[in-house]
Design a protein. Structure first.
Length: 103
């Protein structure tokens, strides 16, 4: 009933692709700072280049670390070559960012 009330009273914004859940996400076991950053990236409201600020009218969306492709959530977490070391330390078992996946 709680999920139904949430969906009715405060629906998920169209840009947010992850539905509400009563089950904690596995990344919540990470530190507070890292888990908070992942929540921000999932909501497209983070420091990533492809999440432009309202004050930047002409943003450069290219990843500043690898300069290969736009710095989207998927790129930053799963494929950025410049983040391979951190990915190996923190997210070695993560291979997908789907709503039912580990992140």
């Amino acid at each position: 009933m709680l999920l139904q009330d949430w969906a009715k009273e405060d629906p998920t914004p169209p840009y947010y692709q992850y539905p509400p859940s009563l089950k904690p996400h596995p990344f919540m076991g990470l530190g507070k700072f890292v888990a908070g950053r992942i929540h921000q990236m999932r909501a497209a409201k983070s420091y990533l280049a492809a999440h432009p600020s309202w004050s930047d009218e002409d943003p450069n969306l290219t990843c500043p670390r690898c300069e290969i492709e736009p710095e989207m959530f998927q790129h930053a977490i799963l494929s950025c070559p410049a983040r391979a070391r951190e990915r190996g330390l923190l997210l070695k078992d993560v291979s997908s960012l789907g709503q039912d996946d580990n992140i």
